[in-house]
Design a protein around this ligand. Structure first.
Ligand code: 5U1
Length: 680
């Protein structure tokens, strides 16, 4: 080891300090102010010199040195971080009227006649993040997660070059800044081009690339990805007097060296917001990052505090989304996908086209009636539409561009998967493969349904794995899942021993369920979650239901003749009865539910739960309400007794407010479940 004299050491320490200060200053000029004072080469020289000095004096290295971005060893998994203040989400506005309504509600609530000033900025298509500084030094970064608990991604976030490891200026003792990590489009394209050259997998869009990069266990991989971030809010702050306006908060963040979107502006009233939306919308394609809308926040922080939140979305901010993207392409073919109940759905095979940030080569055509209504021909030029994460669809065709020989798609007579005959339902709306369990497509879909979150909830049994299990003939019926072993699973392609063991654990855990979930998981036609719950409540056990005749099944509230016929038909099938027996023998069980003579204090009430709840899953809350006799359904109508609004409640909440349906928050739900007494 090299020994240094005290004099030499203190000289080095002084130079190191100066270099660090200079580098931070130039980072601020470059990343935050977009106004560099020195060339890239000069900046590189400063960093090289600092590296050399630190290499010679390792005792002088500190974690906030600009050289210390990539240091941590790969992690086993991400630790959880509980947010001291929940990370909020935003309500969406999809039209000018929605924005007008948002502004009106806020003004009415505060009894205000004059316009609000709004702080407006683009809504980045990235990942929300909370970064904490203690005494100006970066100590922690967490993803949003479910808003209450996120993942500790500190080691990865440190590698983002534009993020200061130490704040500039008079940083408070504790500062949590919140914003969005994203991948600029140019970096995304460069990275994908390199991946394609190497023959590696490419990312579908910058958002997925940013998420994939941030969730790497090895920070060196994150460091190689072109990530960036903008901040737009404060979380917990201690020891600083905060300004009175949101726009001043943004200035303060900039002053501390944190990047803020340069497009942020203060505008007046709704008309200012809509002008801003139009302006950003017109320049959207030229922006160096992807955005999916703009955000308006009431600039006055006192007004924000007074307005507060509904569940976990603020009443003082809204995300005004851009409309769905559309693109023209050519319909190459129409193929038919076989669903869980054998229904054949037409799917458009398209000339690949870039729309809404992803390349689309398949789109849904819904059903044959839609094909006729839209006058779709194979060979047509079609408009493909994609909104957010929604499945792309063929919106319309351009008949004037129809080539000679374009043909009308025909429903096949035989199932494209198993070759069984295809029959039309009595009302002719749907055509179905008659192969039942002989059809591998139906087998796969039934297994997916059986394992799905609201059914037996087998974590880790994804689409691809179901395909593999069916294709390898390891699983035919759902009960076969319970006979699998980790060794068998581990022999499958792309399946490690650890994943195999995890899956066996999930399968084992799924054995303990409820009768309602079990009935839903069986996939009886026309029996959705609500009907399954009603059947479970009424009959209390599966044998009573299996032996019930049409008349008895129809006595269940809300079960009509069509559904009752499906239920009776299902239990009359010896294959289905045998499968139920096998599932029970394999250990699937549930606590016996008292039939409806039991306590039903919520009978006659209909609940809708929207948004995410902090203390339990939505399914769990619905199960608990149903257990008390309530109906839990998916959409709001005049018949809804109460809407329970969790975080990220959006259109359902608006609809409930419009219809005058009482809205309750999570606390009220918990109180109801505890006291078993409906509100009011
Ligand atoms: N630009 C911007 N995006 N965004 C997302 N501002 C903004 N604010 C947010 C979110 C979730 O939440 C505020 C309520 C802090």
């Amino acid at each position: 080891m090299t020994r240094h004299s005290g004099d030499e050491s203190s000289k080095a320490a002084a130079e190191i300090e100066t270099l660090r200060r200079d580098i931070r200053h130039h980072n601020h000029r470059y990343y935050v102010l977009d106004d560099p004072e020195i060339s890239d080469a000069e900046w590189d020289r400063l960093l090289l010199r600092l590296r050399a000095l630190e290499a010679a004096h390792p005792e002088l290295v500190t974690p906030d040195s600009p050289t210390q971005r990539v240091g941590a060893a790969p992690a086993e998994e991400f630790a959880e971080i509980r947010h001291r203040l929940p990370m909020l989400s935003l309500d969406n506005a999809f039209s000018d009227e929605d924005v007008v309504g948002f502004d009106r509600r806020a003004r009415e609530r505060l009894g205000r006649e004059t316009q609000f000033e709004y702080s407006a900025e683009p809504k980045l298509d990235g990942l929300a993040i909370a970064v904490t500084y203690e005494n100006g030094v970066l100590v922690r970064a967490a993803t949003r997660g479910d808003g209450t608990t996120g993942e500790d991604v500190t080691a990865n976030v440190r590698t983002i070059a534009s993020l200061p490891l130490r704040l500039s200026g008079d940083a408070p003792p504790l500062l949590e800044a919140r914003g969005e990590v994203f991948m600029p489009i140019a970096g995304f394209e460069r990275m994908n081009a390199e991946a394609a050259r190497r023959g590696d997998k490419v990312f579908v869009n910058p958002r997925n690339a940013a998420a994939g990069s941030l969730r790497q266990l090895d920070p060196r991989i994150t460091a190689s990805r072109p990530l960036d971030l903008f901040f737009y809010a404060l979380g917990v702050v201690e020891g600083a007097r905060l300004p009175k306006r949101h726009s001043e908060v943004l200035q303060r963040l900039r002053h501390w060296g944190l990047r803020v979107c340069p497009e942020a502006r203060v505008v007046s009233g709704v008309s200012g917001c809509l002008d801003y939306y139009a302006n950003i919308g017109a320049r959207r394609a030229q922006l160096p990052y992807q955005i999916d809308g703009v955000v308006y926040k009431i600039d006055d922080l006192d007004a924000q505090r007074e307005l507060g939140f509904v569940s976990r979305a603020p009443r003082w901010a809204v995300a005004h989304k851009f409309p769905a993207d559309e693109a023209l392409t050519v319909l190459k073919d129409v193929e038919f996908q076989v669903g869980r109940t054998g229904a054949l759905t037409p799917v458009a095979r398209l000339e690949p086209v870039f729309v809404g940030g992803v390349t689309v080569s398949n789109a849904t055509l819904h059903n044959m009636d839609e094909i006729v209504r839209k006058d779709v021909h194979v060979g047509d030029t079609v408009v493909v539409r994609r909104a957010g994460d929604v499945i792309p669809e063929v919106a319309r065709v351009l008949p004037e561009r129809r080539p000679v020989g374009a043909r009308v798609p025909q429903m096949p007579m035989q199932c494209p998967v198993c070759g069984s005959s295809v029959e039309r339902d009595v009302d002719a709306a749907v055509a179905r493969c008659t192969g039942g369990y002989r059809c591998s497509a139906q087998r796969k879909e039934r297994l997916r349904h059986f394992a799905s979150r609201r059914a037996l909830d087998i974590e880790g049994l994804g689409e691809k794995l179901v395909d593999q299990l069916v294709e390898a003939a390891l699983v035919e019926w759902p009960s076969d899942l319970f006979g699998l072993s980790a060794e068998r699973l581990a022999a499958l392609e792309r399946m490690g021993q650890k994943s195999a063991e995890n899956l066996i654990g999930s399968i084992e855990r799924s054995k303990e369920t409820s009768l309602a979930r079990f009935l839903y998981a069986l996939g009886i036609r026309e029996v959705g979650e609500a009907t399954a719950a009603a059947l479970a409540r009424h009959f209390g056990d599966v044998d009573a239901l299996a032996s019930a005749d049409l008349e008895r099944v129809q006595q269940v509230p809300d079960v009509g003749p069509v559904v009752a016929a499906r239920v009776v038909e299902f239990f009359a099938d010896p294959d289905n009865r045998r499968e139920i027996e096998r599932l029970r023998t394999m250990g699937v069980h549930w606590a016996s539910a008292a039939p409806s003579s039991g306590e039903q204090p919520f009978a006659g009430l209909t609940f809708v739960i929207t948004g995410s709840l902090e203390s339990m899953g939505r399914d769990e809350a619905e199960d608990a309400l149903r257990a008390l006799g309530a109906k839990a359904v998916g959409s709001v109508s005049r018949k809804t007794s109460y809407l329970i609004a969790g975080a990220e409640a959006g259109s359902k909440l608006r609809k409930a407010e419009e219809l005058g349906v009482p809205v309750l928050d999570e606390q009220a739900l918990l109180a109801m479940l505890k006291t078993k007494r409906p509100p009011g």
